[in-house]
Design a protein around this ligand. Sequence first.
Ligand code: KG4
Ligand code: ZN
Length: 370
Amino acid sequence: MSGTSHIKTTGLTVMGIETSCDETAVAIVDDSKNILAHTVLSQIDDHADYGGVVPEIAARQHISNLDHLIRRTLAEAGVSIGDLNAIAATTGPGLVGGLMVGVMTAKAIAAAAGKPFVAINHLEGHALTARLVEDIQFPYLLLLMSGGHCQLLAAHGVSNYERLGSTIDDAAGEAFDKTAKLLGLGYPGGPAVEAAAHEGNPTRFSLPTPMVGRPDCDFSFSGLKTAVRRVAEACVAERGALFPDDRADICAAFQLAMATCIEDRLKNAITLFRCKTGEERLPLVVAGGVAANQYLRHRIKATADGSNMTFHAPPLALCTDNGAMIAWAGLERFIRDPDINDKDFAPRPRWPLDSAAEPKVGSGRKGPKA
Ligand code: KG4
Ligand code: ZN
């Protein structure tokens, strides 16, 4: 994959390691926006029986798989560790066991090879991915929707993000996953709900659209999940069981409600973003695993078009967790600070992109969860 860049290319190459959740991923990217190699090992089968990610299992799988994945990625890229300019790894937010595996491995390689280690915020990896595949300049409006997060941010520059809104309870991906679990559609829920919704009638059930009409840019999805449970229970009471057409109709109604919420919140964020930047036509970037959903992408693009914003979304494989986004974020930071070396930076299970913003969910001694 390649593209034009405003970044001056000098042949810099960075390896990125991602182990914050249930994907072990490694990639090597250069400053001409080439992804030289890109490997992802999903642990879906290891967690499927539990209906969600089990942190201890995830950490063990990362330990078992990371070394050979790094070796394979280097071989596929045709480069040696000595050819790399830096080693980047997701250092937070995420599950601490997995983060430790990725960070310790990256630091060990960096120290042994005399290369800098770059600590990457996983959310910044998602935030910058669109710049790996397209020539998008700052500032842009970012809608970040993943398994653990749902936020609207003004991206002013690398390491410079301003939160405009955020979920006050569940993340968008979490709502998909919980809906899938309730309906017996398995894990991970997003792709399963999307596939079921394809066959469904979105108007048979009416689901709530929390926060719609409010003047801010925040989200709330926990009520939607409760409403899904209520509707599913009503179906079982009426027909004795949940049938495939019930599931399909509930999923279609769920996606419709979610799109309505996102559209409404996004319109407020566009107005706010314009006030902050003083510019009318700017990029809208969607990122994170939920951005892989075709129906939501389509609806968000329509909102962007109707609001005179340009729409940008990474290809599907770069929406869900991957190593290329971490390598690219590492490269962006290395280019701006060639003396960077985060070797003393410890894993941070909680690490907001905008540290100045008030936490909306799970604030605690160690900082906000989302
Ligand atoms: O970004 P990601 O891979 O990992 C996190 O950083 O959380 O996002 C994972 C989330 C999961 O909740 C998954 O169900 C959701 O993204 N997801 C989707 C789709 N593909 C993945 N949600 C809706 N539609 C999809 N096609
Ligand atoms: Zn992610």
